[in-house]
Design a binder for this molecule. Structure first.
Ligand code: AHR
Length: 640
């Protein structure tokens, strides 16, 4: 290994390391957002009931919103008369039938209980039918219904009012998540509840704040920016579900919530102000993604349409909300939300992964929005989410979710290209290298996808190699962020009809209601971010070439990078019990091989990926998809 300290090269930008996630895997609700009540406004859709105890539709439980149950003799039902605010149309009415009754919420896969902890419960309540007593808020263990913290509210009146109750566990309380939050009373008549909330202590004690252990893990990553709010979460599945930031600011009572694209509803308690709180508490600047008129079902509005005029204005207003003076129209709303100081904002990204828009409308949509942003905020750097031709962006956002072998190979992706080599092409989510015309690259989502739901050590090694390749080329890739960042690890609970908490396979930080940890890749990134260099020094490392020959592998064969082409000389497939399923002659007749990342074709004695991210192979036999042993003697044609 040779390092030449006399020839400092590329200066690594201060903002090289950042964070990115969105409302996926219960990253905010049931994750970073410290709220403990799931379905606190009773609007979450009930997923299909599955498995034993599922019960199917009908039955008294179905009148209750998901994650809520009734205790005691009373009856509870959803009520849509006289809502607490126009944004929160439903309340939960509890009718007493003599004796103690209550409604219980089981949280995000449990309510975390710890000794000597103080919780803040808030709820709106309204009494009817002669009820005028207090409501007791308590945390109770699932086993034996033992109360670990309990406190009464003031007497409930006949008009909607917000009540706040502090709950404290004692020194002997267990550490467990097998617990529920209960609102109960003893009496006659009824009481209705709305916006029921329970917070444990939050990071730096902020109201409506964030989960301390996750913030501490993230702080170790020394992020200089947060790419927000997504991802697919920016776009939404339908127009009604886009990231409509104007409905996600102000008091939580005025936020209706919306359906997130990953199969569950977002309460929007974690809205735009909380994204900013996250930035502020970590000392990171926002990289703002603005909605650009395209949603995940493929619907879009063209440039020049009345709708695009609305979205363009929304983007300008959003920039003002974040970075404008506190006495401006939108800056004042930010100040009212608790942030009088404008946030530093230097980058705005228009849309997300707009290469999925096959209509070709992105160029026009982008150009319309980019011109308006440039005119009003000339200092802002504009990021395109796909190639464009009518307006030169400052950066383009490339995304790479790959196997370990592929990401190792891609550590040289952005190396300067030899003179005379063809210009890089755009395929799928990324340019095949440095972009033409000196436009820089923001690698706004990337990960080695190996290990689930958090990556394994091999993935961490590939991630480290990839980051170092980006760092080496940070003159053209000034910023990068792994994705997704957060995953709630809870599995499905078929007995209750609850789905799995996570949707994405490889995620950096895992947690449940009580615990959290960084994956191997997290630790690799902590190591790199905490030891970030100022400049790149030229280094040479001689590696002896690997001997050619036969390479047995089980199940998966990594072939280096997506640039690799392999010619096979001999290929056989052996079942786990040792039976020969295919010899090399028969293998030549197999016309189509499938892979996890895409299709491979076997033709003319060579195997080629039909999709560039194809990497693992499986053979379809009578038994369907299974693991086989493949023996492959291959000759590298090009690539690594
Ligand atoms: O990070 C998960 C998803 O991957 C993001 O929502 C999307 O932008 C990408 O396809």
């Amino acid at each position: 290994l040779e390092v030449d300290v006399s020839k400092p090269g590329v200066t690594i930008p201060a903002e090289f390391f950042g964070l990115m996630t969105e409302e996926i895997n219960h990253a905010y609700d049931g994750g970073l957002f410290a709220e403990l009540i799931q379905n606190r406004t009773f609007q979450d859709p009930r997923p299909e009931r599955r498995g034993p105890g599922g019960g199917g539709p009908g039955g008294p439980r179905d009148r209750l919103p998901i994650h809520w149950s009734v205790l005691g003799t009373g009856k509870a039902a959803i009520d849509d008369a006289d809502p607490v605010s126009p944004a929160l149309p439903l309340s939960l009415r509890l009718d007493f039938a003599g004796g103690e009754s209550g409604v219980a919420n089981d949280g995000f896969w449990g309510i975390p209980v710890r000794p000597d902890a103080t919780y803040t419960a808030t709820f709106y309540a309204k009494a009817a039918g002669g009820f005028d007593g207090p409501v007791t808020a308590s945390i109770r263990l699932d086993q034996g219904d033992a109360v670990v913290a309990s406190s009464p509210s003031p007497p409930i009146t006949g008009a909607w009012k917000k009540y706040t109750v502090k709950l404290a566990t004692g020194p002997d309380a267990p550490t467990t998540a097998k617990a529920r939050f209960v609102l109960s009373a003893d009496g006659a008549g009824s009481v209705a509840f709305s916006l029921v909330s329970l917070f444990p202590p939050t990071y730096q004690g902020a109201p409506n704040g964030l989960r301390p252990d996750l913030m501490e893990l993230m702080a170790e990553l020394r992020p200089k920016f947060i790419r927000l709010p997504g991802g697919n979460y920016l776009e939404g599945n339908r127009f009604a579900d886009r990231f409509n930031w104007k409905k996600m600011i102000g008091p939580v009572e005025s936020r209706p919530g919306h359906m997130a694209p990953w199969g569950y509803r977002s309460s929007d308690g974690f809205g735009l102000p909380e994204f900013l709180l996250w930035c502020k508490q970590l000392g990171a600047e926002p990289i703002l993604g603005v909605f650009a008129g395209y949603v995940l079902n493929g619907d879009h509005f063209d440039a020049g349409s009345p709708e695009m005029a609305v979205y363009t204005q929304e983007a300008l207003d959003e920039i003002e909300y974040i970075a404008g003076p506190a006495d401006g129209a939108w800056g004042a709303k930010r100040a009212a939300d608790g942030f009088p100081e404008p946030f530093p904002l230097r980058y705005v990204e228009i849309g997300n992964e707009d290469w999925f828009d096959r209509s070709g409308s992105y160029d026009g949509r982008f150009t319309q929005m980019a011109r308006a942003i440039r005119e009003k905020y000339p200092h802002l750097k504009i990021i395109a989410s796909a190639p464009v031709k009518s307006f030169r962006p400052d950066l383009v956002d490339d995304h790479f979710y790959r196997s370990a072998g592929q990401l190792f190979g891609m550590s040289s992706l952005y190396d300067p290209r030899p003179s005379g080599s063809p210009p890089p092409a755009f395929a799928g989510g990324g340019w095949n290298g440095r972009q033409p015309d000196g436009v820089k690259t923001f690698v706004g989502e990337w990960a080695t996808q190996e290990g689930r739901p958090t990556p394994n050590l091999n993935a961490a090694l590939a991630d480290a190699a990839f980051i170092m390749g980006l760092e080496k080329n940070s003159d053209v890739v000034p910023m990068q962020c792994y994705a997704p960042l957060l995953v709630n690890l809870n599995e499905a609970d078929p007995a209750r009809g609850y789905p799995r908490a996570w949707q994405w396979n490889t995620n950096l930080i895992g947690y449940d209601a009580l615990r959290s940890f960084g994956s191997p890749s997290y630790h690799a990134q902590v190591m790199l971010a905490q030891n970030k260099g100022d400049v790149v020094l030229p280094a040479r490392f001689e590696v002896p070439p690997a001997p050619a020959g036969e390479e047995p592998a089980r199940g998966r064969i990594g072939v280096g990078s997506w640039r690799t082409e392999v010619e096979y000389a001999d290929l056989s497939v052996t079942a786990p019990d040792g039976r020969a399923l295919l010899n090399s002659e028969q293998a030549r007749d197999v016309s189509r091989w499938r892979s996890a990342g895409g299709d491979w074709t076997v033709r003319d004695g060579s195997i080629r990926p039909a999709a560039r991210d194809a990497e693992t192979w499986a053979f379809t036999g009578d038994a369907g998809w299974t693991d086989y042993t493949l023996r492959l003697r291959a000759r590298k044609v090009r690539g690594s």
